[in-house]
Design a protein around this ligand. Structure first.
Ligand SMILES: C[S@@+](CC[C@H](N)C(=O)[O-])C[C@H]1O[C@@H](n2cnc3c(N)ncnc32)[C@H](O)[C@@H]1O
Length: 208
């Protein structure tokens, strides 16, 4: 980060009582972000009955709620966050953990008997400081850590969805994905489109 010029980023005001939050409350979801996963799922066919799903940065748990309903009781879900997550269903296990801790998530999953996940989700967001380049750099760091976990835990052909902020380091980050992953795509979802630099990257692990 040495020698960088920092721009103060003043985000548009967040309105927690917007139509998505109201809808989430009405439909019993813990966060409006659930509609981001619903859209991603509709567009990329991510969730299927019986899948094993790992969710990084999972609190308060709306993605886990929706994913649990899509994979059904034969599926298994593992959520990780710095913050505890209230119980969701019998087949959802959650862990309080910093996902950047070396081997933390992988070791935990292996202890749980998980070796081949079908899908890794990461809706992780750094605590924003208002310093645009710093927040974006931290977002790249978290997205990179999420992809390392996905590379380790996914079965061949398994998919991974990672949130990231667009900014100075984005092109380099995205260019690097092409070396390790099949069909990397940048996706904007309707819920965030008008007020954020956030996008999702969807990738698929190769068959070998
Ligand atoms: C936007 S929220 C996720 C919302 C979630 N998808 C849902 O639908 O309920 C981002 C989460 O990332 C978590 N987070 C940020 N840094 C993290 C880290 N290093 N390790 C684990 N979780 C982290 C935060 O605690 C926060 O709960």
């Amino acid at each position: 980060m040495e020698g960088r010029c920092y721009h103060i980023h003043v985000p548009k005001p967040y309105t927690p009582n917007d139509k998505w939050s109201q809808r989430a409350a009405k439909e019993g979801y813990r966060a409006r972000s659930v509609y981001k996963l619903m859209e991603l799922n509709e567009r990329f066919g991510l969730l299927k009955t019986g899948m094993t799903v790992v969710d990084l940065g999972a609190a308060p748990g709306s993605w886990l709620q929706f994913a649990a309903s899509e994979v059904g009781p034969t599926g298994a879900l593992y959520g990780f966050d710095l913050t505890p997550i209230e119980a969701i269903a019998d087949n959802v296990k959650t862990f309080v953990m910093d996902i950047t801790d070396t081997y933390g998530v992988g070791e935990t999953l292996r202890k749980e008997g998980v070796r081949d996940a079908d899908l890794v989700l990461s809706d992780i967001a750094p605590n924003t400081s208002g310093v645009k380049d710093l927040d974006q750099w931290r977002s790249v760091e978290l997205a990179t850590a999420s992809l390392a976990i996905a590379k380790d835990m996914l079965k061949p052909n398994g998919k991974c969805v990672v949130k990231i902020f667009r900014g100075a380091d984005f092109d380099e980050f995205f260019g690097g994905l092409k070396l390790d992953w099949q069909e990397p795509k940048i996706v904007e979802v309707e819920v965030t489109r008008d007020r954020s630099r956030e996008v999702y990257v969807v990738v698929r692990k190769s068959m070998v």
